[in-house]
Design a protein around this ligand. Structure first.
Ligand code: TYM
Length: 336
């Protein structure tokens, strides 16, 4: 809570220059809806990105593209505070403090650390391990009540809650203890090529993911190639028919129709027709975002102004929390 208002916080990594459909359906789409009601902060979390080696120019341009995609998806940057994490030093400062309030046993249990460390054996840096602490700092700095995310981030929010409660138990009510928010559908969009695993920006198979700036033909082609099953029945059964169920989830999120209506509509038809319909619905649904993105890309001054103003707005709120934390801990006050 800030000044009696319910606060929303979320973020995305600046890895890769474009978001994938899971980022959109699991998170961004819900941000747009929820931001109309809440005081909102959406960060492009570039500090998190360097846990994996990045090329400087690619990180810089990727971060900017992602910030523009936030706006292109429908966030209003005059209302929602859209900013780069690295522009607000308080994130790094609070992360250090929270390092001292988090147990290694807790970090050892993080499934995303286990997955990522298996993938990046040659660069098993400490940042990859303490990553969830920086994420907790992100959220707690803004006194966020609600954190809209996909299912893969659930464990990180649970850790954030534990850290906040531990800190509050020692120092009094310093942090709001946040809740995770998941959409009714879309919190777990699966790979189009291996539907038993989640869709991910870093998947080496480009046919596994839909990127938000993919053109219409590419989107339709990727859906036509989507891996399904041999049951020859359109049915919502994520356990036994993960491919078809994933396509049903995606279709309902773009068409606004329910799973039941969709199943009834495509019942008896072949998978080919259904896949084509999903591809068309996604291509149509992403078109306004893509058009807006191209407009924003051409308007450097407008984007720069947003970056500047929102870095100041975010810093103001974050520093307020940080000052309180430092005082409670017992660090000497600044003499001005
Ligand atoms: P990231 O950048 O991997 O993903 C951004 C958001 O997209 C969601 N998401 C998905 N949702 C459904 N299906 C998928 N296949 C899928 N793939 C990704 C993620 O759940 C996430 O909501 N650690 C975070 C970024 C972060 C953050 C934060 C999030 C840093 N600080 C504070 C919330 C609050 C991450 O790497 O997300």
């Amino acid at each position: 809570m800030i000044d009696g208002k319910t606060v929303l916080f979320s973020g995305m990594q600046a890895t890769g220059s474009v978001l994938q459909l899971g980022n959109y359906l699991g998170a961004l789409k819900n941000w747009v809806t929820l931001s109309k009601e809440y005081e909102s902060f959406f960060s492009v979390v570039d500090l998190h990105s360097i846990t994996i080696r990045q090329e400087a120019a690619a990180l810089r341009s990727g971060a900017r593209n992602i910030l523009m995609l936030y706006i292109a998806a429908g966030l209003d940057p005059e209302k929602a505070c859209i900013y780069y994490q690295s522009h607000v030093p308080a994130h790094s400062e609070l992360a250090w403090i929270l390092n001292c309030f988090t147990y290694m046993g807790e970090l050892n249990r993080m499934t995303q650390f286990k997955d990522k460390s298996a993938k990046h054996e040659a660069n098993l840096n400490a940042g990859l391990y303490t990553y969830p602490i920086l994420q907790a700092a992100d959220i707690l700095l803004y006194q966020a009540d609600l954190v809209p995310i996909g299912k893969d981030q659930k464990q990180h929010i649970e850790l954030c809650r534990d850290i906040a409660q531990r800190f509050n138990a020692i120092y009094g009510d310093v942090f709001t203890v946040p809740e995770a928010y998941f959409g009714k559908a879309g919190a777990k969009i699966q790979s189009l090529q291996e539907p038993e695993k989640k869709m991910s920006k870093s998947d080496e198979n480009i046919n596994a993911s839909i990127f938000l700036m993919d053109d219409r033909d590419t989107i339709i082609r990727k859906f036509k190639k989507a891996v399904t099953d041999n049951f020859a029945e359109i049915k919502y059964d994520p356990e036994n028919q993960p491919g078809i169920s994933n396509l049903l989830d995606i279709y309902t999120l773009f068409s606004g129709k329910s799973i039941e209506e969709t199943v009834a509509h495509f019942q008896g038809g072949g998978y080919g027709d259904f896949k084509l319909a999903v591809g068309e619905a996604v291509a149509d649904g992403l078109k306004p975002l893509q058009e807006r993105y191209n407009e924003l890309k051409a308007d450097k001054e407008y984007i720069d102004k947003i970056i500047k103003n929102n870095a100041e707005k975010a810093s103001y709120v974050a520093n307020k929390t940080l000052r309180k934390v430092k005082k409670k801990i017992g660090f000497p006050e600044l003499i001005r």
